[in-house]
Ligand binder design. Structure first.
Ligand code: FAD
Length: 246
């Protein structure tokens, strides 16, 4: 982390919210002057004087899904019946919240030119959306493959945006995978099942070459790490982050 990414605490206002998948909402906050971060980092978001709370308190960690090159801060979450998420969902626009950050070391190395493979499970897409937007902005030379697993297309945040980015950025390949496409209201003609070694080999010329990033709910991350180890990928070639709380 460089001196530009020193964590601080900031009061910021909620500026907008937008549904980006079923039951999944993006919250846009103003970006305070001086708030610098690297794609892939996260912040702690604290609700101020919420009308209800629970034993988990008023703060949650969220990856910054917007890119450093964008002028707002965006976080994305699955809505659930917890006090925190209910209050956040009903928060009037222009209400202040506290953010602390940035934190985290799951970032891209600017000197590495190897292909990058992003393995995202559900809401684990958030750091990869930031990294991808920033990689295009910075014209990074890396080939980028995103294996993006969800139950159904309806659950996949940013799916349309990612398809568009694939069309306009020749170095980016999107591989969306659905584990329960039969439950979708729409016909799914893409990949189904689980992301395993066979799936990687289908899209990657040499699975030993890339650097791997794995992000998602803890169970998914553990499964992906075992899969990579079984496929012969050594530990120094992959990094992971678990979204504890799922
Ligand atoms: C580094 C990091 C980055 C993260 N980034 C993100 C992100 O970008 N987006 C994001 O959404 N989350 C992210 N998380 C997770 C986030 O901090 C929350 O823990 C998560 O969103 C769950 O919050 P909650 O209020 O729904 O549940 P919490 O109140 O935190 O409760 C968590 C626990 O309660 C139980 N629980 C509560 N509700 C349910 C339910 N409906 N179904 C099943 N079990 C339930 C589960 O046992 C769960 O383990 C990140 C976490 C870390 C550590």
């Amino acid at each position: 982390m460089n001196e530009n990414s020193i964590p601080g605490t900031y009061l910021v206002k909620l500026k907008a919210r937008q549904e980006v998948a079923e039951n999944t909402v993006a919250f846009y906050f103003e970006r305070p002057t001086g708030f610098s971060f690297k794609a892939g980092q996260f912040l702690d978001l604290e609700l101020l004087h919420p009308p209800e709370t629970d034993s988990k308190g008023n703060t949650r960690a969220f990856t910054i899904a917007s890119a450093p090159s964008e002028d707002h801060l965006m976080v994305v979450t699955r809505l659930r019946d917890t006090s925190f998420k209910q209050v956040l969902t009903r928060l009037p626009l222009d209400s202040p919240v506290n953010i602390e950050g940035p934190f985290g070391t799951l970032i891209l190395s600017e000197t590495m030119t190897k292909p990058l493979v992003f393995l995202a499970g559900g809401i684990g897409i958030t750091p990869f959306r930031s990294m991808l937007v920033q990689a295009v902005h910075d014209q990074l030379p890396n080939r980028i493959y995103l294996f993006y697993t969800n139950r159904r297309p309806e659950d996949a945040a940013f799916l349309e945006e990612l398809h568009t980015r694939q069309e306009t950025h020749p170095l980016f390949t999107l591989i969306p995978i659905m584990t329960q496409s039969q439950l979708s209201l729409h016909k799914w003609t893409g990949e189904t099942g689980y992301c395993d070694g066979t799936m990687l080999k289908k899209y990657l010329d040499d699975i030993q070459q890339p650097h791997y990033y794995v992000v998602g709910p803890p169970k998914m991350v553990e499964g992906m790490k075992s899969m990579l180890s079984e496929a012969g990928i050594v530990k120094t070639q992959f990094r992971s982050e678990k979204f504890s709380g799922y």
